[in-house]
Design a binder for this molecule. Structure first.
Ligand code: FAD
Length: 440
């Protein structure tokens, strides 16, 4: 345990987003599932606010709190890969880097995010999108089962066979339903990967995006694009996995979008690629994000991205996009709590800065820019990457019918809303408003 006054308190209370500065009463670091169960019962008895932390990467800082308990899962981070059965058992406090490093020697992968210090816990419970999602689905589409400590301290297994409704809610419903101490994922052969990266200057960005949009419909699902539009222009990455014979042609189909871009094929392995943005997005910088789904990269979206980039308040402010569709869209919308499978791309307007003196203008650009992009976007949303929170946003993101189903499940497994420091689902019939957390 660590508390105010302890030598490690300052380091242990910090989370990824440097905008968040909260002072919990105690930070508890369980080693086993039964420790987790004890802590959950203790929190319920005392009535203290309870934050559950895996990687600590929540934009609004859900994994810490003032004057409460932080249940820090980072000592439950073991990863066991069974290459024959092609499954991985992953502790609820593991980071994506832990999973990638354990899987790489077997040539196996499960789809997850693109930054290695992100927590597998929060990412999975929200959905989880990454380089191989168009080919293999979201992280939750590869979740086979989860070991969960519920609000009454009981340890339960959720899977298609055991409490299928809880398993449905865990796949997109965030940390609302308990503490997941173990995730079991289906793994896949990664195959050879081919990666190309190009940079286009700010005067080429609009033309490059327009030509990109024309080529997107012919992209195979084994290919995924990411875009970063900043004040300096466009950085485009094309990633291909699975079949070596197709990789080069698939990624090079996105070359020369506005004359020859600066760049081309890049030599890398998957684990290194997963660490590519680790330094730029290191813990402690100041962040805000607002995201959404668009069906296609059409003219108004391109104009909006270019306009926003030219008004960027800091050099590292960006409009980031990852291509979706493919296997993500194969799964019916109501099969999991995650909402927004029809999205062709997920975008996020994301200022990244270091000086607190820049807070107001960076937040203002992020919020106003996010609103402009949201006006062009679908109503369903990915709650894992939103800097602002609230019941209205949560209901809109899930849609009323899905939110109601989640609220019924919440009423059954957490009727007192013990797990409320998240994109909160109020238990059906619960009158007390959810506790709000905000990055400003
Ligand atoms: P935490 O702050 O530890 O937790 C986030 C929420 O999940 C909290 O409410 C917490 O209580 C809950 N939680 C975490 N672990 C558990 C658990 N084991 N049991 C119960 N509840 C738990 N998302 C993508 O899909 N793809 C990406 O490529 C991607 N890249 C990202 C890169 C960066 C740098 C960042 C900051 C975020 C990225 N995200 C991405 C979004 C990411 O999925 C969310 O921020 C996610 O919440 C992070 O999980 P965490 O465990 O690190 O966060």
């Amino acid at each position: 345990m660590s508390g105010p006054g302890d030598a490690d308190y300052e380091q242990r209370r910090s989370v990824w987003n440097g905008m968040i500065d909260r002072r919990p009463h105690m930070i508890l670091r369980p080693k086993t599932t039964s420790d987790v169960s004890e802590i959950v019962c203790f929190a319920a008895r005392t009535g203290l606010p309870l934050s559950v932390r895996c990687g600590g990467h929540s934009f609004p800082g859900f994994s810490t709190c003032d004057a409460g308990i932080v249940l820090d899962l980072t000592r439950i981070k073991d990863v066991t890969v069974d290459p024959k059965a092609r499954i991985a058992q992953v502790g609820g406090g593991a980071l994506l880097g832990d999973l990638d490093r354990a899987s790489a020697p077997f040539g196996l992968v499960t789809p997850a995010g693109l930054v290695s210090h992100t927590g597998a816990g929060g990412l999975t419970l929200g959905g989880g999108m990454g380089w191989t999602s168009r080919r293999l689905g979201l992280t939750i589409d590869n979740l086979l089962s989860a070991e969960v400590v519920t609000a009454d301290g009981k340890v339960v297994e959720a899977s298609p066979q055991k409490d299928a409704e809880l398993f449905w809610g865990l796949r997109g419903g965030g940390g609302n339903f308990g503490v997941v101490t173990r995730f079991t994922y289906r793994m896949h052969p990664l195959g050879p990967i081919t990666v190309a990266v190009w940079q286009y200057g700010k005067d080429q960005t609009r033309e490059a995006l327009r030509n990109l949009a024309l080529r997107v419909p012919t992209a195979p699902r084994s290919l995924t694009l990411t875009l970063n539009v900043t004040v300096d222009g466009l950085s485009l990455t094309a990633f291909h996995s699975g079949d070596d014979g197709l990789g080069t042609a698939a990624v090079m189909a996105f070359a020369d979008l506005a004359g020859p871009g600066d760049g081309g094929l890049v030599e890398t392995d998957y684990v290194s690629l997963q660490c590519r943005s680790d330094a730029a997005m290191h813990p402690g910088r100041r962040y805000y994000g607002r995201g959404g789904f668009i069906s296609a990269l059409d003219g108004p979206v391109i104009d909006c991205m270019v306009d926003l980039s030219q008004a960027a308040p800091c050099p590292d402010a960006e409009i980031y996009m990852i291509q979706l569709g493919g296997a993500v869209a194969d799964v019916p919308e109501d099969a999991t709590a995650y909402s927004g499978r029809a999205g062709g791309f997920y975008w996020i307007v994301q200022p990244i800065w270091d000086d607190p003196a820049d807070d107001a203008r960076c937040l203002s650009w992020g919020r106003q820019g996010g609103k402009r992009m949201a006006d062009l976007s679908q109503s369903e949303n990915y709650l894992n990457e939103q800097g602002d929170v609230g019941k209205e946003l949560t209901i809109k993101a899930y849609g009323a019918a899905k939110y109601d189903r989640l609220a019924q499940l919440k009423q059954r497994v957490d009727p007192t809303n013990l797990f409320r420091l998240n994109q909160n689902i109020a238990p059906a019939g619960h009158v007390k408003p959810p506790v709000r957390a905000s990055s400003s």
